[in-house]
Design a protein. Structure first.
Length: 247
């Protein structure tokens, strides 16, 4: 039996993530003592003995929705964003002459992965909606690496999951050299999943109870304040922008 909560796990949040998992495990009365922090994410997400993990929205929609069981979506309490949803911020260097999103036409976008909702699909759809197109792309493998690529001048802009950006603003000095120039429309937040065939109800209850029992400082550290029970059909029915072209 395995569990993994990798999406916002970084050195500064690791202790709070571990306390969250300890609470989930206590409420469930089962589960591995420690979270899995190594190994291929696709293998973890599709493991037949997966108890709980968090994945990205686009991988869930594109490849996982018929291979796993949906548990819940997180409530991050982001401004102007409904519970269970999130958005991306578009960042440039603080000294970049661009004054609006349209000024990024033809510029270089750093993106974490071509199967990322927040880093690739959302900004691609945002560009299409504004009648512009990025001129070139730098694939970095992670939101933090995309932000650093912009800060170091290897790209002109990046779209960052707003929770990842909030953590960067708190902990990464390079974030001070960036500024938010725009934000995308809200889309379904990163879903919690369990293996296909598992009953999600007790896991949903344990997850919600564990978040509620966290110290307020831990909830703030994790930018996690609750969950929204998620139904597969309703989750998949929510409109989600698709990228107009592949990187």
């Amino acid at each position: 039996m395995i569990a993994a909560l990798p999406m916002y796990d970084r050195p500064e949040t690791e202790a709070a993530v571990d306390r969250l998992w300890a609470g989930i495990r206590a409420h469930l009365g089962q589960g591995p003592e420690a979270l899995s922090r190594d190994g291929d994410l696709w293998a973890i997400w599709q493991a037949p003995d997966l108890l709980l993990a968090q994945t990205c929205g686009l991988p869930y929609r594109a490849r996982l929705h018929d291979r796993v069981t949906l548990v819940a979506a997180p409530d991050h309490r982001q401004p102007d964003t409904p519970p269970g949803q999130y958005h991306s911020v578009i960042v440039t260097r603080a000294d970049d002459p661009a004054r609006g999103f349209a000024d990024l036409d033809g510029r270089t976008l750093a993106h974490n992965d071509p199967l990322s909702q927040s880093g690739w699909a959302a900004p691609s759809a945002h560009a299409a909606a504004h009648g512009i197109a990025f001129g070139s792309f730098v694939e970095t493998g992670a939101h933090r690496a995309s932000a650093r690529a912009v800060a170091e001048g290897r790209a002109d802009c990046a779209a960052l999951d707003a929770v990842s950006w909030a953590l960067m603003e708190r902990h990464d000095p390079f974030a001070a050299g960036l500024r938010v120039i725009d934000r995308t429309v809200p889309t379904p937040a990163l879903p919690f999943i369990t293996a296909q065939g598992n009953d999600p109800a007790p896991i949903t209850r344990a997850l919600g109870a564990a978040i509620a029992a966290l110290d307020p400082a831990d909830r703030d550290t994790l930018c996690l304040h609750g969950i929204v029970p998620a139904d597969k059909a309703a989750y998949l029915a929510q409109p989600i922008p698709a990228p107009p072209r592949a990187a």
